[in-house]
Write a new protein. Sequence first.
Length: 409
Amino acid sequence: MSESEVPISSVATITMGLSPKGETYNTIGEGGPLLNGPTEFGDFYPNCTLFTTDSKRECKKGDLIFCVRGSTTGRMNWADKRYSLGRGVCSIAGKTEMDTRFIKYCLDVKLDALLKNAGGGTFPNLRKDDIEGFQIPFPIYRQKIATILSAYDDLIENNNRRIKILEEMAQAIYKEWLVNFRFPGHEKIKMVKSELGMIPEGWAVKEMQEVADVIDCLHSKKPKEIENGNKFLLQLFNISEGGKLDLSKKYYIADEDYELWTRRIEASEGDCVVTNVGRIAAVAQIPQGIKAALGRNMTAVRANKKFITPPFLIQYLLSPHMESEVLKKTDRGTIMDSLNVKNIVKLSINIPTSEIMENFDNAVKPIRRRIELLVNQNMILRRTRDLLLPKLISGEVDVEKMDIQGMGA
């Protein structure tokens, strides 16, 4: 594949965002969904909660949404519908859907080079000219390349939908049994008063420190990135939505340094990790077969199995009750709010009887395990796609004679 590179402007339309006036914003769904930046970006599509009644510039379904301002410059999402574009984003639209996808894959490979054009120092931004003039390959067989790579993304997206359904199932069981108290046999149990309101007789209200080990872990030494490492340090970016641990990016720890990292805590299967700053109280559970040390601004919570089980712990930490408790116990700072260990240990929890706890564990544990397997499958798919990506874009892998029937081409 020897075709020369072309400027993006010759193969795509760039629409720079323009923010509507603030008085047109709302969160009740009036007008159209508004994106001012990547705050509401998801794995593939935005999770938009802001709307405007006076949209200035818009993208259409299938366009690539690209962040052009601030520390998140270069982040991308797909438009699953029409969005109003604020000044923090632009849209990129090729002449066909597969052309748009191919352009996205080129940007994945060449993003660092594009970001070098971003001025602004600590607050970088890309201008329309920067993007339009950026050179990318645009070979004859680009649609084949896009089809191959899209097959991986489609599988990942499908798994994400399945994960979301499973997460909703697990949280629905938690709500029905442990919030609404409609667990099997609830009709025979009378309700009694507690500090959290009426609860079933035989249940108890306890603080987190009574039913779990809560351990903060702050380290001053930076981790080493080593080849073939199998021990790693969790970072804030590893904490994904819905209690999932994203291990697609890892800081590995050299064997000779591992004792330092595990002196306080080694997070392992079933432990939950809670973030203390930034995305306060974002939660992930360590999956089966994984061990890791904690990075900065994280707290490990390990279930005391005499009282609670790991499936109960993660569902509590993901519950609306946890959210309301966190709001009460967050330390408000001038720069950044925080949730300290002294507040996590004080979180209040309704603890059911051992029989209900065991039944809940039996109902939810297979669901959480299925989520873990799908998350791991997605990591493998991403790793394979990312290995193929530069080879396909550069032409190192020749697709001219490759048969892609059945892959959506």
